[in-house]
Design a protein around this ligand. Structure first.
Ligand code: GAL
Length: 422
């Protein structure tokens, strides 16, 4: 009897042990990734990267916490309050440059990734221009997934040829083209909500000042109060007279679509628009053939200059799932991840070893220009100014868009640089 009890007791113990073992098995893992890639041209890119992630880490549960809104205007506000509440996503989208160094690193919100770069051999395959923009005091803080170009003027080739308009290479030629285009009842330059006005402003500044003087404004050696900046802002003011009147209510995709539909001749936007123009309609894009359904050219005065930005992903300090985050980052920096993501996103790889044949006709030109042009950074997309400075510029811009007062705008830009410059 006693022996029977002993055996029964042992059996119960064995079952309990087995149960304990199951419970103690390492969890398959999870990761929460935060971005603003929800819309046309953007969600499809994220999905393509995610497909690689799911293949490589089938057991890691991926939570996509993307918040809608171009350039991260909404997402970054949500992120800021989560960070303030001590509730960070494991990994979030961040632009190389001052957005990372002057904002997240300055606030101690992200981890160094040097060992990941060493383990994966990434230093050898990431461009030299990029590493300093994601580093501080020898520590590397994010994994770049792409290079986007900000200074692109998208065109409707059919509309231009119907009207006998050639693509302008100077602002004066642009204003002359606008006369013809507007006389035909069309919009000369389509634009959207305020961040797209800032995007247009940085491109006009670059075209008017040239790459050296433009970059000097951000490094602190240039003079925001100079007559050259006054002239550039006057050109900007004049360009704004040729945009659609409903701009403030439109997304960047809406503005791109005006060109695609032939309602507008031109749009100045980063090359995520290429992903939107050429991506499949099943993926929420326009399904156009590059060079036929849409064209591209450097905006006036910017030929030979590549105004760039780079999306990258971070590892949060106190990330709830650091292992899952590292898995995500490993894919984000990998050749397979970047080759899947970039041709769909409308960007070129941050890595230097991607298969160039995977990219469409527009992206072929971007790859060539990236390797030969003078490279400068984008304000709107985080490269040149820390967040506080950029917010001041944005506030001044908001006023300018309603009152068109160049002198007051320039004075506000001078003060913003003096007070908040990097
Ligand atoms: C940029 C971002 C791009 C694209 C764009 C429009 O800031 O770097 O990847 O998403 O905004 O939303």
């Amino acid at each position: 009897m006693q022996r029977k009890n002993l055996i029964a007791g042992l059996a119960v113990l064995a079952v309990m042990l087995a149960a304990c073992q199951t419970a103690a098995e390492p969890a398959a893992g999870e990761v929460e990734v935060f971005s603003w890639w929800t819309g046309g041209g953007e969600a499809a890119g994220l999905d393509a990267m995610l497909a690689v992630f799911t293949t490589e880490y089938p057991d890691v549960v991926f939570t996509n916490s993307a918040v809608a809104g171009g350039a991260g205007t909404n997402a970054r506000a949500v992120l800021a309050s989560r960070l303030q509440a001590g509730d960070p996503p494991d990994s979030w989208q961040a632009h190389a440059g001052q957005e990372i160094i002057g904002t997240y690193v300055a606030a101690g919100q992200i981890e160094s990734l040097n060992s990941l770069f060493e383990d994966e051999g990434w230093i050898a395959v990431m461009p030299d221009t990029l590493i300093p923009l994601i580093s501080k005091d020898g520590e590397i803080y994010s994994v770049p997934v792409n290079i986007h170009r900000a200074n692109v003027m998208w065109t409707n080739p059919t509309l231009l040829s119907d009207l006998g308009v050639t693509v302008p290479t100077t602002w004066d030629a642009f204003f002359a083209a606008c006369e013809t285009i507007e006389a035909a009842g069309k919009i000369c330059l389509s634009m959207g909500e305020q961040w797209t006005a800032m995007h247009l402003m940085e491109v006009v500044l670059l075209g008017a000042l040239g790459p050296d003087a433009y970059s000097a404004l951000w490094s602190g050696t240039g003079d925001w109060g100079s007559p050259e900046v006054t002239a550039a802002l006057e050109s900007y003011s004049q360009v704004l007279q040729h945009v659609n009147s409903d701009a403030s209510g439109l997304t960047w995709q809406d503005a791109s679509q005006l060109v695609a539909n032939g309602d507008a001749a031109f749009n100045i936007m980063g090359d995520w628009a290429d992903g939107y123009f050429s991506g499949t309609t099943a993926g929420g894009n326009l399904g156009l053939v590059p060079g036929e359904g849409y064209g591209w050219a450097p905006p006036p005065g910017t030929d030979g200059t590549f105004q760039f930005l780079s999306d990258s992903f971070t590892l949060a300090k106190n990330a709830p799932d650091p292992e899952g985050a590292m898995d995500w980052l490993r894919v984000a920096g990998s050749k397979a991840g970047q080759e899947a993501f970039n041709p769909v996103k409308g960007s070129i790889c941050a890595r230097t070893d991607c298969d160039t044949s995977l990219f469409n006709a527009y992206l072929q030109t971007a790859m060539a220009d990236w390797s030969t042009d003078t490279v400068v950074g984008s304000l709107t997309h985080g490269v040149t100014a820390n967040d506080t400075w950029k917010n001041e510029i944005n506030t001044a811009l908001g006023l300018f868009l309603t009152n068109s007062d160049v002198a007051a705008f320039q004075a506000a830009l001078v003060t913003a640089a003096g007070t908040y410059g990097n």
